[in-house]
Design a protein around this ligand. Sequence first.
Ligand SMILES: [Fe+2]
Length: 248
Amino acid sequence: MTAAQQNSYPPARPHDPPVEVFPDVFLVRGSYRANWWLRFSRNMVVLRHGDELTLINSVRLSAAGERQLDTLGSVRHVLRLGYFHGCDDRYYIDRYGAKFWAPPGSRSEPGPAAGRLLEDGGALPFPGARVLLFAQSRHPEAVILIEQHGGLLVTCDCLQHYADRRFNSVLARIMMPLMGFPLRMIVGPVWLKIMTPEGKSLQSDFERIEQMNFDHLIAGHGSICQGGAHEKVSDAIDKAFFREKRDS
Ligand SMILES: [Fe+2]
């Protein structure tokens, strides 16, 4: 890819190097700049299966970061889980000739239309995992359960976990607690408002997620939740939908 071609895509923003958080599961903590004043955290998960890499919630990397990515394996698949994410998908698809997976009804901009569909309980490019699609949401949104390592739930915007404010600008650090983003596990409040159809609720979809077995969570924003994620997700659902406190 020439420099001119590289410049036709959204530029790389500050990010950390890939960190292997579980065997063959890498997390890149990065960022998204909404404008000069607002910068938010954004995460990419890289799964390795043999020599193949699958990128989930893709985040473009610096040249040095891309070299590190290339040492991990060959980028073969790009998965878009979140309706509102995907500005860097096209870069990876063009750069590596990767196959692009997204839920039915996903936006064709940004990024190309999906070549492979992420369907509820459907196929994935790696074993030992399954897809859950929101059934009630206004637009498509998916989560993926990786069944190894005690269960790792990968989400985009629906569930987010914050243990710190890394890669948030000063204004974002001030605004986030006021906008419903405290330092804990949350149902994404802005996402929930936009994705809930008039007069309906997404509670049943979150309760389907709650029925899955997982101990860890990585969302498209914030920090990894390593251990105890299921209980925190249940608490987040309690708060978002004003459920009675559970007995257990
Ligand atoms: Fe998001």
